[in-house]
Design a protein around this ligand. Structure first.
Ligand code: AMP
Length: 176
């Protein structure tokens, strides 16, 4: 495990949720602990305040919680990546495989400009399927992803295989 005793203490681990065999890492323990939440947002600010990004893309829904304070602190636009059917304007969308079935995400076409560099933020990176689909719609808009960020990473699910050369940063990693 990446050494972060503080975060490990507040992330609840729930076996067999939402399905048998899945160990669920519950970040709501961070949100109800103000020092832990500040710790995460401050780390994110120090990681990205000097980087060359134009905009932050946040994944519905727990990604919103971490991306919004970061975007506000850095004075950058916040682009919402939403589940299909939630955005009222013209969208780009992508389907991707889940463990069972498929999911579809969308982004407003007008929210991303050609040539922009985006940081993509989610709460947890598991297989990387959601982030890969996000990259796909960002690239369709003519922009690019400079980095993926998650509070928690589960590298044993091999997200790097899906995410190619794009850097991935997490604050804490678990190996089972
Ligand atoms: P993936 O597309 O496989 O990387 O899954 C990422 C999304 O699923 C993230 O937005 C997480 O919130 C959620 N997720 C997947 N696996 C877990 C897990 N073991 N614990 C908590 N959340 C998870």
């Amino acid at each position: 495990m990446k050494h972060d005793i503080f975060l490990d203490d507040v992330i609840r681990k729930i076996p067999n949720f939402p399905k048998p065999g899945i160990l669920f890492y519950d970040i709501t323990g961070i949100l109800i602990n103000p020092p832990a939440f500040s710790y995460c947002i401050n780390k994110m600010i120090s990681l990205y305040k000097k980087t060359d990004i134009d905009s932050i893309a946040a994944i519905e829904s727990r990604g919103f919680v971490f991306a919004a304070p970061l975007a506000e602190a850095l004075g950058l636009p916040l682009v919402l990546i939403r589940k299909k059917g939630k955005l009222p304007g013209k969208t780009f969308s992508a389907s991707y495989a889940l463990e069972y079935g498929t999911a579809e995400i969308e982004v407003h076409q007008d929210d991303i400009k050609k040539g922009q560099k985006l940081l993509v933020v989610d709460d947890l990176i598991a297989t990387g399927g959601t982030l890969n689909a996000t990259k796909n719609i960002i690239e369709r808009a003519g922009a690019s992803v400079t980095e993926f960020f998650g509070i928690v990473g589960l590298p044993f699910l091999n997200y790097k295989d899906k995410l190619g050369d794009t850097p991935v940063t997490t604050l804490i990693e678990y190996f089972s």
